[in-house]
Design a protein around this ligand. Structure first.
Ligand SMILES: Nc1ncnc2c1ncn2[C@@H]1O[C@H](COP(=O)(O)OP(=O)(O)OP(=O)(O)O)[C@@H](O)[C@H]1O
Ligand SMILES: Nc1ccn([C@@H]2O[C@H](COP(=O)(O)O)[C@@H](O)[C@H]2O)c(=O)n1
Length: 258
């Protein structure tokens, strides 16, 4: 019996974009403060191999790093205001370039129309889709006041300001993508595990398959991985030099999909 490895499934029609020389798939994760974006992103990372980039976390790290923008960013966050786009976009872009992954969850961005337009102009990236965690202010307020992570903006005064910024500036971004049929709205008021069941169904095309080598003497992992990595569509060449589809590969007697 051979060993087990994760292999990606074919994802047809998913938007892929350019970041310098790098092709990436981006999902924007939006929703009000405390709607559960970060919590669900952690689940998606674990199950679907995305890299989570939280705009808020990147800005907080920038404050800690002692950067020249640190004081300005800290003041904006304390007031629940949106930091100028060029600052946040630079942080996101650098993080994507540095990371070897090609699938990113961008959480808490774009926060306003300026964020959105500037990101598209600078990176030429448009999202494959947008996850929108929909939750009442009453529930979000309860969660934020109970979060207990020492955040300077988790106090009732700043929370109210953040709710207003969300309604005035962030909802129009969601409406923009909704008009393009790119929004997947999720009822985020439910318990964490129930929300993730819905998220899971949305990300199903990105699921990883386990593959088991049944006859390691007849087929090597190197050969299988060569086939799977041949190109993005996972069309693969057979040993006879012809073209072997992924379906045929997965039906091969020497391997099984688990
Ligand atoms: N579905 C849920 N039900 C109850 N509590 C939740 C749920 N999802 C997240 N929480 C809790 O609510 C708090 C806020 O969640 P989280 O940090 O994921 O929200 P967020 O949308 O990322 O917030 P922010 O935009 O302020 O960063 C956390 O303490 C988290 O454990
Ligand atoms: N695109 C963004 C994202 C965040 N901010 C600022 O950070 C604060 C916290 O963001 P979270 O996503 O972690 O809740 C937010 O209130 C803004 O002040 C931003 O400016 N631009």
């Amino acid at each position: 019996m051979g060993s087990v490895v994760d292999a990606p499934v074919v994802v047809e029609g998913v938007a892929e974009n350019m970041l310098g020389d790098k092709k990436v798939t981006v999902v924007f994760v939006l929703g009000g403060p405390g709607s559960g974006k970060g919590t669900q992103c952690a689940n998606i990372v674990e199950h679907f191999g995305f890299t989570h980039l939280s705009a808020g976390d990147l800005l907080r790290a920038e404050i800690k790093s002692g950067s020249e923008n640190g004081t300005m960013i800290e003041n904006m966050i304390k007031e629940g205001k949106i930091v100028p786009s060029e600052v946040t976009i630079k942080l996101l872009q650098d993080a994507m370039i540095k990371n070897e992954n090609d699938k990113f969850l961008i959480d808490g961005f774009p926060r306003n129309e300026e964020n959105r337009a500037a990101f598209e102009n600078v990176t030429k990236i448009s999202p494959a889709f947008v996850l929108f965690f929909d939750c009442s202010e009453e529930e979000m307020e309860r969660r934020l006041l109970g979060r207990n992570q020492g955040r300077v903006d988790d106090n009732i005064e700043t929370i109210r300001k953040r709710f207003k910024v969300f309604v005035d500036s962030s909802l129009p971004v969601i409406e923009h993508y909704n008009a393009k049929d790119k929004v997947k709205k999720i009822d985020a008021a439910k318990p964490i595990s129930e929300v993730f069941e819905v998220v899971k169904a949305i990300f199903a095309p990105y699921a990883k398959l386990g593959i088991q080598l049944l006859a390691p003497d007849k087929i090597s992992w190197i050969r299988v991985m060569e086939w799977l990595n041949r190109d993005k569509k996972r069309t693969t060449e057979g040993t006879n030099g012809g073209v072997l589809s992924e379906k045929a590969l997965l039906e091969c007697d020497y391997i099984s999909v688990i």
